[in-house]
Design a protein around this ligand. Structure first.
Ligand code: SF4
Length: 396
């Protein structure tokens, strides 16, 4: 009976229909290996239909400019108080050194996020500090795409300076921010957020800031922090909110939208003890992450065609396996990663381009460098395939 139900859900998804909340939960609750194999195959088939065989990657560098943070998210091993051991705040010279190094290594993107540092003010206001961060990089390297500042950071600036979200986003956009990371989403369910990150923005605020960015022409990514205290219903509720947000951006013809979905399985090894005890394990359960990866592809359907696993969280082998479960992108080189590594992730802090290419090639699939917005970059002449990267939303 269950098997028949899953078959019917899969058939509807493969025909291009949206599956319902209840159907998404039904898929996530499956435990029989044969049924899970069908869900995997459906996600893989949808991936093939929506974006083809090519697996993309981006050459990028993370710059986490400070780990000093006024908040205390229960999963965060990155944050420090100002005078705590290990606290840091990069100066302009250090930021430019890291950017220069990234450019020399052919990066097309700088991904920049940091703690909510109450001292990050110029003349008593936060926005000028953030604008100077952007301008410092863009003046030297105007060609770089700056993927920067989570919805939480945008709220922090707006709150500190008494500005509207739209005013902050416009100012950052005009200074040179090219897109916004859809981080700080964790699970978009306020009951979970109350436990996980009670000081963070609530669900409605996250959705409002991301939608405002879309209206103002800034693309965003979307993420989900999975595998901690959330239920399957809350996971599907999260996917439903992302799907609905993207539908609004597309149906209202906003100039920007969600570029990709990234699943971030929870790593708790160095997380503060209470949450670690409650979750009861330190590293993600790969099988859970893979099933959720497949269900995310099926649930988000044609609305969000680009899916990326996290090699930082799953390790490269796990991320490579996720390419068989609906993913079409293996992410970025990063060059340095602090936030998850400080939480105890085993995936490493950087990847060479050749390593990412080899991982993709091990599946017999072609690879392609892309930019932040999924446009192809310098296609390699030695690639067997001449397939191209599809733009953000292939249904348009
Ligand atoms: S997750 Fe971000 S906002 Fe929360 S404590 Fe860590 S650095 Fe601060």
């Amino acid at each position: 009976m269950k098997n028949n139900t899953v078959d019917a859900i899969i058939e509807r998804a493969l025909s291009g229909n949206d599956i319902s909340f209840a159907e998404g939960v039904e898929l996530l609750k499956q435990t029989e290996p044969q049924v899970i194999a069908k869900i995997r195959a459906a996600a893989d088939a949808l991936r093939q239909k929506q974006v083809g065989e090519t697996v993309t990657y981006v050459i990028n560098r993370n710059i986490n400019f400070t780990n000093i943070c006024e908040q205390h998210c229960s999963f965060c091993a990155f944050r420090r108080d100002e005078n705590q051991e290990g606290a840091y705040w990069l100066d302009w010279r250090q930021i430019l050194e890291k950017t220069t190094d990234a450019v020399q290594r052919k990066a097309t993107e700088i991904c920049m996020q940091g703690g909510l540092n109450p001292k990050a003010k110029i003349n008593g206001k936060c926005l000028p500090y953030y604008l100077k961060l952007v301008e410092t990089i863009k003046q030297e390297f105007p060609q770089l795409h700056l993927h920067a500042f989570s919805p939480q950071e945008i709220e922090f600036i707006a709150r500190s300076d008494g500005l509207k979200y739209a005013e902050v986003i416009k100012a950052l956009r005009d200074a040179g921010v090219g897109s916004i990371p859809g981080t700080a989403a964790e699970i978009l369910d306020d009951k979970v957020r109350q436990i996980l990150c009670p000081e963070k923005i609530d669900t409605a605020t996250w959705l409002e800031i991301v939608s405002t960015a879309h209206k103002l022409g800034l693309h965003t990514t979307s993420t989900m922090l999975s595998g901690h205290i959330e239920t399957p219903e809350q996971q599907i509720g999260h996917l439903e909110k992302l799907r609905s947000l993207q539908k609004t951006a597309i149906n209202q013809e906003y100039p920007a939208r969600i570029t990709e979905f990234i699943l971030l399985p929870f790593v708790g090894q160095q997380a503060p003890k209470p949450l670690r005890r409650r979750v009861g394990r330190d590293q993600p359960v790969l099988s859970d992450a893979l099933l959720l990866t497949a269900v995310a592809r099926i649930y988000l359907g044609k609305w969000i065609p680009n899916h990326q696993p996290s090699w930082v969280k799953l390790g490269l082998a796990g991320a490579t396996e996720a390419l068989n479960w609906g993913c079409n992108d293996i992410g970025g080189t990063l060059m340095e990663e602090h936030i998850t590594t400080m939480a105890g992730a085993i995936g490493g802090t950087a990847m060479e381009v050749e390593t990412l290419q080899a991982a993709i090639a091990s599946l017999g699939r072609p690879y392609q460098q892309r930019d932040t917005l999924y446009q192809p970059v310098s296609p390699k002449q030695d690639q067997a395939s001449n397939s191209s990267v599809r733009p953000l939303c292939c249904q348009n």
